[in-house]
Design a protein around this ligand. Structure first.
Ligand code: PLP
Length: 400
């Protein structure tokens, strides 16, 4: 496969694909569907046995003592901020290069997100920058395993310990990944996951928070259930009507229907992560021959879970912007995306916290150059080749 002189689809040429290939999507089989139907025929649709079973299996899978299932990854982040007692005015360090929900969870508790820049090679939070932004009001650091690459947890944990801060891992991208042979889910005080359909496994909507600290787990269980100390299933078993609301909580519960799907999906996780890694290796090899396309670095001590496959474009070698490459790839039928607009540049954060361009220059420069290519376990050989071919076609046509 070499660069071609074919006419680009955006200029009226024939697209590489007719139907758009998404950047990520779920994979459900008959086993998943049967598991869901079984719950629909059972007594418990929510707060029943499937929730507890999914929590136990998930905890076992990542090697954590506790797992608390909730209604979304965002709810898991919010529950983690509650559990560590983030209060109005508390500062929480978050990376600029993440999905808005990471910072939003801090704001839900009236905390102040302190945006910190990322490493230009991996786009992961830069531990040196973390340390520079710690103040007497800092309470916690949120590490985001961007694209599925686990952060530098030894360094981050050392900083957290030195300044007596909590370390929270937003691992919505990195389920199934590892750092120095330790599974994601055990590397921080609390680790959060999402089961949105584009993520590694899905429950439709859903999330999980894992921890080895049973006190934090108890707080999150109360928080997901209106701040009430027992759940309906427990009261049924005890034959009691009595309950107490001890704090202000939310309804962040997940259903048994969802957890049955999650249990069934979880069985496929390790095979799926392997498949994502294989696809990434294919891309890495293909793009090694394309100097204008630079995959992000992967450090040797990690097992990358590849929720996303992100490349940086070397715009000095191209006649066009990232936006034009993006549009041309879409026209070829490749469902590229951009992850992410740095959070501090969103209008809400500018208005509420006065953040502005220049705050995190590495993330802002990366944002001009990044593009997310399709990666998901169900991709076939033809899909993978279409992506590599289309990238070479488009980039080849736009070389300086
Ligand atoms: C998906 C995602 C979330 C939010 O998860 P939801 O389940 O959609 O609420 C949070 N942080 C990151 C980094 C994510 O990718």
């Amino acid at each position: 496969m070499t660069a071609t002189s074919e006419k680009l689809a955006i200029e009226g040429g024939k697209p590489v694909r007719q139907a758009i290939l998404p950047y990520g999507t779920q994979w459900l089989d008959e086993e998943d569907i049967t598991a869901v139907i079984e719950v629909l025929r059972s007594r418990w649709l929510t707060t029943g046995p499937k929730v507890a079973e999914f929590e136990r299996s998930f905890a076992k899978s990542v090697g954590s003592r506790e797992a608390v299932a909730v209604s979304s990854g965002t709810a898991a982040l919010h529950a983690s901020m509650y559990a560590i007692d983030i209060k109005p005015g508390d500062e929480v360090i978050v990376p600029a290069m993440t999905f808005a929900a990471t910072a939003n969870a801090v704001v839900f508790q009236q905390g102040i997100p302190i945006f910190v820049d990322v490493d230009p090679k991996t786009l992961l939070i830069d531990p040196g920058q973390v340390e520079m932004h710690i103040s007497p009001k800092t309470r916690a650091i949120v590490a985001v395993d961007y694209a599925g690459h686990p952060c530098d947890y030894d360094t981050l944990r050392a900083i957290a310990e030195r300044y007596r801060l909590y370390l929270i891992a937003d691992a919505c991208h990195s389920l199934g990944g590892a750092y120095k042979s330790k599974s994601v889910g055990t590397l921080a005080d609390i680790t959060t996951f999402s089961f949105h359909p584009v993520k590694h496994i899905t429950t439709g909507e859903g999330g999980m928070a894992t921890t080895n600290d049973s006190e934090l787990a108890i707080r999150m269980r109360i928080f997901r259930n209106h701040g009430i100390t027992t759940e309906y299933h427990q009261r049924e078993q005890q034959g009691s009507w009595f309950y107490e609301m001890v704090d202000l909580g939310y309804n962040y519960r997940i259903t048994d229907i969802q957890c049955a799907l999650g249990l069934s999906q979880l069985r496929k996780l390790s095979a799926w992560v392997k498949r994502r890694q294989e696809i990434a290796q294919r891309y890495n090899a293909a793009f090694a021959e394309v100097p204008a396309v630079r995959p992000l670095d992967v450090r040797a001590e990690v097992s990358h879970a590849y929720h996303l496959y992100v490349v940086r474009l070397d715009l000095t070698r191209l006649q066009v912007t990232r936006g034009q490459v993006f549009a041309a790839l879409r026209a070829e039928g490749i469902g590229v995306n951009v992850h992410y607009i740095p959070v501090h540049l969103h209008p809400f954060y500018r208005k509420r916290f006065g953040t502005c361009p220049g705050l995190c220059p590495v993330a802002e420069a990366a944002y001009q150059e990044i593009i997310t290519l399709p990666i998901f376990p169900r991709m076939g050989e033809k899909d993978i080749e279409d992506v590599m071919y289309a990238v070479k076609k488009v980039v080849g046509a736009y070389l300086r």
